[in-house]
Design a protein around this ligand. Sequence first.
Ligand code: AMP
Ligand code: MG
Length: 271
Amino acid sequence: MTTSMMAKFRVSATKPLQLSAIATDDDLGWDKSSQKGELEKVVGEMAFEQHRLMAEAKQSLLIVLQGRDASGKDGLVRHVMTGMNPAGVRVTSFKVPAGIEKQHDYLWRCHDSCPARGEVGVWNRSHYEDILVPRVKNLVGEEVWKKRYRHIRDFEQMLVDEGTRVLKFYLHVSHDVQRQRLQKRIDNPERSWKHDPSDLSDREIWPKYEAAYEDVLRETSRPHAPWYVIPADVKWVRDLAVAKIILKTLQEMDPKVPVPSKDLKKIIVPE
Ligand code: AMP
Ligand code: MG
């Protein structure tokens, strides 16, 4: 089941990608009442695998989250990563580069935020912003941002070669659901702090972002670091789909709890 869902959502490197042809409200045939409790179950299994990942301390998992404003990146971190041991999870939210970040190449801050052995790294936005934003806002010429597809493919290949699994999710939300969520956020005094004027200016250039995302997803979805386009209009479907893919990946990584070097049966803890 999860395997066929992954195949359905995985972005092909060779076929054209048209985001508007992919449903944002796909429910995967899941029925809300029969799926009740399913997320908790999957999150529990993720926690079990993560415990073994930490104990093994050899492999890492990097989860990249991209998507429009209000597509649910923060919500997903809250609902899906919640069961894992925080000691082994590193969440990084990438903002507009500032200070020392601007004095370095764009991958510098990303490399520094990669998960160590045994860790799960979650990137809320990522190095992909360094292609999308300069392109849609004409901050640098095409000759600069186009090379970044190759840099990023090679960077991710290096991470994989050195023991990191890379999973990338594009949370696919519709124009109208984004409007509803941004409005709700503005109207709610508990959540209005999250409103950023750039949310509205970015929304104005929706088609430019759409084209930029289509290119970036296709140019950088490779077997070693695939992109999954996740329908994100329905929050519980979004969370469950991503959780299932993370769980399946952790199970494939199959981390092994180290076997003690000594025969523990002979060890008695003194009174
Ligand atoms: P948010 O994730 O909504 O809190 O906002 C973060 C903002 O930082 C978004 O508008 C991103 O587009 C922007 N951002 C993140 N990384 C970069 C980057 N490398 N270059 C330009 N803007 C970025
Ligand atoms: Mg924002």
